[in-house]
Write a protein that binds this ligand. Structure first.
Ligand code: GLC
Ligand code: GLC
Length: 811
């Protein structure tokens, strides 16, 4: 069953039934200021950091789900309704929610009144606009009452939901004209406030939640709305809100537009006050006047659309299958921008207070984003590298507001450092900008300990070399990519976090996932060293890579697949010898991408084993059989019920590793089949089961051993976005960036006749047409650049500012 449809021309998903199987959300904002918006008007807003600078309140895991947001109430005679259906939930005559690129639109109607809302954050602006248009489409005059509603969060979202003994006494607001200002804690340590404005005179307002709603009412039937009259309250403590009240008369056919703005202001320390107790409103007024007319708002909206035209214009394909095209051209790229911005901090599954920017996550997010805005990728690489230590280890996460490592989330995840080599080399391949290697980048955010960025890569590489276990394989530390394989944790206390507890100081538990990862990015490191003329280092590093390959062959092969790990006691994990968890996806992915034992047939055997033991209708599960009892020596992985999360779930992030592995073997049919199994647009028809948005990837789909296979959770913020984009564009469609050009090496389903890709690269446009007359999956016979054949399948860097045609004939 579907709940809407794709509108590819407008790059929107159009939801036509508000009762989606879960809130289907969108993100507004592109740089500093963000909102999450559900298809029924739920969600919240923050500046930079969802934990430390939250503007509006949101209650996670609420009953019913997704209660609270940016709400409008329209009172038309005895009928009250909301354009987003919620919170009032009056049955609407029509409803439509369009989630687009950084904007959301609602269009609905009731009893001859049509309401449209356009919600977005103008580029470079610290405020959210809501353009609300009300039209009388009946033949009689209408008298409407419009109430807006938001609830302020007292800034620190975690404190806001826990520290009530203080917070119920601190809330403060001011009102002037049609603007409600939220100034809690402004008089002491904060130099920021928020405001909610509308560009029309108001007929009343409320700022005290209890007065507006009534103590025992829900959002669906506020006292003030029921009574049809505001109380003009000023909040003193408790829960401050902002609600405007406007009386509207509309003749038949008449429409009125209102511009609401939810803004954020920072002021200088000595410029905080207009006079005693009255905040300096100048900056807020300047913001309001920037967008106080429909024309100004429409122009900003146009600019936002053009911005996305430009970004998405950089890679564009025509494959003949709309489902694939809309993933690659629109939604997957869009999600890559969102994961770049949010890391794993704020979604409808991530509360915005638990996690900041992950070291491994943010590095990986870059590979789906670097072609969009390379300058921002460059800055991010430095932010991440700055949280590393001299020995290559790093904080697992940092807070976006401070950019400082967050020690509460721990460290010693021994895969972490290597991902910096991935992000850095992908950045250079995209841009040709080697200069970042020479930039001075601090260790542990201490400028006095800065070294050239290249030294960070070196530290990353040698962190593995310096932390090898008894088999010459990488020590796993707290965990590797799989956060839940905690081999030194040994926790039997439910109050301990698996992520930060290490009850044993293990120097034995080793990871084959890191081994494969090290070979892949170790080779990249060697290649980079050679490319920058550091032959000596390349030679030295190559030895370590080769040693690792030998160690995997000698101690990491189980006969039909690669082992997953050795535990604290030196016992095998992911072996046929094990009763549960005989085979794991991560080591198959990385060791096949690394081509370890290719000549000995290991790569092929491993991928065949994945197909046999891990593949299912909805994707490839993480391990099999899933664990059914708690193994203290494995940690969190064995806490999950079978088929969920890291215990036998389809962890979509790692499926592309297998797709890429398949392309190493040239098995394009298999690679693409795996791609389509988890690509959301291919799952639209089973939305009811899949549950989460059909336009973005989720982290996990319940696996074959789960209670409900195919049911997905944790949409949006997952490395799944960038890895799938990387796999489909660079390995399956096979247009891969490299230091000296674009390597064209598709690995596609044999039945395809070919495809087209427009790719902007180093300032030139490559119009690539791949033809597949012999219906092969892999192999390039001829490459023509602007009509002339070239020797290899590496299309060189072509003249900037021009379009060039590249014809590729497979065979
Ligand atoms: C989550 C984490 C990521 C980790 C993965 C597997 O997605 O954000 O860092 O690699 O889970 O445990
Ligand atoms: C939990 C989750 C895992 C996530 C980790 C991050 O272990 O299961 O997916 O990566 O938390 O803290």
């Amino acid at each position: 069953m579907k709940y809407g449809h794709f509108d590819d021309t407008n790059r929107e998903y159009v939801i036509t039934n508000p009762k989606t199987p879960y809130p289907w959300i969108n993100y507004l904002g592109n740089e500093d200021f963000f909102s999450l918006t559900s298809n029924t008007g739920g969600g919240y807003t923050f500046y930079k950091d969802a934990k430390f600078r939250r503007l509006t309140r949101y209650r996670y895991n609420n009953v019913p789900v997704d209660n609270g947001g940016k709400y409008f109430y329209i009172k038309d005679g005895d009928t009250t309704w909301s354009p987003g259906w919620k919170p009032v939930k009056t049955e609407l005559d029509s409803y439509e929610c369009r989630h687009g690129m950084s904007y959301t639109k609602f269009k609905s109607s009731k009893n001859g009144v049509e309401a449209q809302i356009l919600q977005f954050i103008p580029l470079g602006f610290w405020g959210e606009i809501q353009k609300v248009s009300l039209k009388n489409s009946s033949s009689k005059p209408k008298k409407l009452k419009l109430f807006s509603f938001i609830e302020w969060c007292l800034w620190n979202a975690e404190d806001d939901m826990t520290n009530f003994q203080r917070n119920f006494s601190t809330g403060e607001v001011e009102i002037e004209d049609s603007t409600i200002y939220h100034k809690t804690e402004f008089k002491e340590r904060r130099n920021h406030y928020a405001f909610y404005a509308v560009n029309a005179p108001i007929d009343g307002y409320d700022t005290d939640r209890e007065s507006f709603l009534g103590l025992y009412n829900d959002f669906d039937s506020p006292d003030v709305v029921n009574e049809g009259a505001p109380k003009n309250t000023i909040a003193h403590g408790w829960s401050p809100i902002a609600s405007h009240y406007i009386e509207i008369e509309l003749k038949p056919g008449e429409q009125r537009d209102f511009i609401f703005m939810l803004g954020y202001v920072e002021v200088e320390k000595d410029d905080k006050w207009e006079r005693k107790g009255i905040i300096n409103k100048k900056p807020a007024k300047a913001m309001i006047s920037k967008f106080d007319t429909v024309e100004k708002v429409d122009a900003a909206y146009e600019a936002l659309r053009e911005y996305w035209d430009r970004l998405l214009g950089k890679i564009n394909i025509d494959s003949g299958d709309d489902r694939l095209d809309r993933m690659v051209n629109i939604w997957n790229q869009y999600q890559c921008m969102v994961t770049f911005n949010m890391s794993r901090s704020a979604s409808f599954f991530e509360s915005g207070i638990g996690r900041g920017m992950g070291f491994r996550d943010s590095n990986q997010d870059l590979i789906g984003f670097v072609h969009q805005i390379p300058e921002r990728a460059r800055e991010r690489i430095f932010d991440i590298a700055s949280t590393q230590f001299e020995d290559g280890s790093c904080y697992h996460q940092y807070q976006p507001l401070t950019k400082k490592g967050n020690s509460a989330v721990g460290g010693d995840f021994n895969d972490d450092p290597l991902w910096l080599i991935l992000s850095t080399t992908e950045y250079i391949k995209e841009t040709g900008d080697f200069s970042l290697l020479d930039e001075m980048v601090p260790f542990d955010n201490d400028a006095s300990r800065a070294k050239p960025h290249f030294e960070h890569l070196k530290a990353s590489f040698y962190h593995v070399v310096n932390n090898l276990g008894p088999h010459g394989l990488p020590l796993i530390g707290r965990a590797d990519w799989n956060d839940c394989l905690n081999l030194n944790c040994f926790s039997d206390d439910p109050n301990e976090s698996f992520q930060t507890t290490g009850n044993k100081k293990g120097k034995t538990a080793e990871s084959l996932m890191i081994a494969g990862l090290f070979v892949v990015y170790g080779k990249e490191y060697v290649k980079l060293c050679k490319r920058i003329g550091n032959g000596k280092e390349a030679q030295e590093a190559e030895k370590h890579v080769n040693n690792m390959i030998e160690a995997v062959k000698a101690h990491g092969w189980d006969g039909d697949w690669y082992l997953r790990a050795y535990d604290f006691f030196g016992n095998k994990i992911g072996s046929d010898e094990n009763e549960e968890g005989k085979i794991f996806i991560e080591s198959q992915g990385w060791c096949t991408m690394a081509e370890i034992g290719m000549d000995e047939g290991m790569v092929e055997k491993s991928l065949n084993a994945v197909k046999k033991h891990l593949d299912c209708e909805y994707g490839i599960v993480l391990n099999s059989p899933a664990f059914t009892k708690y193994h203290i020596e494995y940690g969190e992985i064995s806490t999950y019920p079978a088929g969920y999360k890291e215990n036998g779930g389809i962890f979509c992030h790692n499926n592309p590793w297998i797709m890429i592995g398949e392309t190493v073997l040239g098995r394009g049919d298999q690679a693409y089949e795996y791609y389509t199994k988890i690509a959301p647009s291919f799952l639209e028809d089973i939305s009811e089961l899949h549950k989460v948005e059909p336009y973005v990837y989720c982290q996990m789909i319940a696996g074959k051993e789960a209670f409900k296979p195919g049911e997905a959770k944790n949409s949006w913020l997952s490395g799944t976005a960038s890895w799938n984009f990387f796999a489909i564009t660079q390995y399956i469609l096979g247009v891969k960036t490299d230091y000296d050009g674009l390597v064209i090496d598709p690995c596609i389903p044999s039945k395809w006749n070919g495809f087209k890709m427009k790719r902007e690269f180093r300032g030139a446009v490559y119009d690539i047409e791949v033809q597949n007359p012999d219906h092969v999956s892999k192999g390039v016979k001829t490459v023509l650049v602007n009509g002339s054949a070239i020797e290899s399948n590496v299309v060189p860097i072509l003249e900037k500012g021009k379009a060039h045609s590249v014809t590729v004939i497979m065979g």
